[in-house]
Design a protein around this ligand. Structure first.
Ligand code: NDP
Length: 329
């Protein structure tokens, strides 16, 4: 039996649909030598949380959900000196953030500037760094490129649109409703196609806009449903970046399909771009600079009390949301 004080957290003991999400008591974590203990104010909700809940990305159980958050440092691990202090307002990427307290490695913690609220801080990192690494590392978007962003009004999608526009690209987005299309346009998409009834209109529009050449790059977070269309609309020597499974995982691919146009295909995850503290610091500094310079802004869809976590997952999975969902602890 642990003698640690109890805290509240969303901990799963099996994989399944959102009905398994319960707010329970667990022992308060103790920071390891390289960790800080954060009293969480807000936790970001991401699609990956739904994969970890459902078992698409299986976890050893029991497991506290959540991959990012913001709050105040309340305790330092024994090796943490200089960079962080008790009382610092921080945001972080790390497991276990659907909880009142989380012990997180200093590797991926960032101090928040005074002008960034804790609410905004919890919305920044996971989707912001994902978007920034997509357009800078997975494929270096250049001025004049034709770029296709699937789910353009989603959390990551809105950011990719803004960043591509900032980098001078021509941005085509896909969304499932007119309201989402309007939002994508306000966030940098030059053209938006509704893909809810199939992909013929998308293929036609890309052909029309690019003189039948196709786009230089597709950023595809939707996965199973869009993958074939992504291969169709990319140009010869173009790039398809698959980085999500919102409609289900992409089935195994016969690589001979790439030979038709010498397509580059990547399946990326943010975590492989931030494996060292130096990588995390460099990328998060660039992201905070973009925010400070008003080059990107983060649209918060809704803040849910942590007790409404089931509703947050249901809303995200049923395509009802745009931008960022947060849980308030
Ligand atoms: P979003 O806000 O983008 O929500 C998902 C969107 O996908 C929906 O709003 C919907 O937009 C679209 N969609 C299309 N088909 C479906 C479907 N069958 N079910 C549900 N949604 C569908 O979520 P996030 O911004 O949190 O994440 C976007 C994607 O990026 C996810 O797939 C996530 O896994 C991935 N991701 C990957 C990372 C990585 O490191 N590889 C890191 C972060 C996110 P519409 O209604 O317009 O079709």
């Amino acid at each position: 039996m642990s003698s640690a004080p109890a805290i509240h957290a969303v901990q799963i003991t099996s994989h399944g649909d959102s009905s398994i999400l319960t707010y329970v008591t667990v022992p308060k974590p103790t920071p390891k030598p390289d960790q800080v203990l954060v009293k969480i104010a807000y936790s970001g909700v991401n699609f990956i949380d739904t994969y970890q809940r459902s078992g698409l990305y299986p976890q050893s159980l029991p497991f506290i959900l959540g991959r990012e958050g913001s709050g105040e440092i309340v305790e330092l691990g024994s090796d943490v000196k200089g960079d962080f202090n008790v009382g610092d307002r921080v945001a972080f990427v790390g497991p276990g953030s659907y909880a009142e307290y989380d012990a997180v490695s200093t590797h991926s913690v960032v101090k928040l500037p005074d002008n960034i609220t804790l609410e905004k801080g919890a919305a920044l990192l996971l989707q912001g760094l994902t978007a920034w690494t997509l357009v800078r590392q997975a494929y270096k978007v250049e001025k004049g490129d034709w770029v296709l962003v699937h789910a353009a009004a989603g959390g990551v999608g809105l950011l990719v649109c803004q960043m591509c526009k900032h980098l001078g690209a021509n941005v085509i987005g896909t969304t499932s409703t007119d309201a989402k299309a309007q939002l994508a346009k306000e966030n940098g998409a030059d053209y938006v196609v509704d893909y809810s009834n199939g992909y013929d209109a998308l293929i036609e529009k890309v052909n029309e806009l690019t003189e039948k050449k196709g786009v230089h790059v597709v950023f595809d977070s939707v996965g199973a449903a869009t993958f074939d269309a992504s291969l169709k609309v990319v140009r010869r020597l173009g790039t398809v970046i698959s980085f999500g499974n919102s409609s289900g995982a992409v089935p195994p691919v016969n690589i001979m399909r790439l030979a038709e146009k010498n397509i580059r295909l990547m399946r990326t995850t943010l975590f492989q771009y931030i494996t060292t503290r130096e990588e995390f610091n460099a990328l998060s500094s660039e992201l905070l600079r973009l925010v400070a310079d008003n080059k990107v802004h983060f649209a918060i869809h809704k803040v849910y009390p942590i007790q409404d976590v089931k509703q947050a997952h249901d809303d995200l999975e049923s395509r009802k949301t745009t931008g960022k969902l947060l849980l308030k602890l």
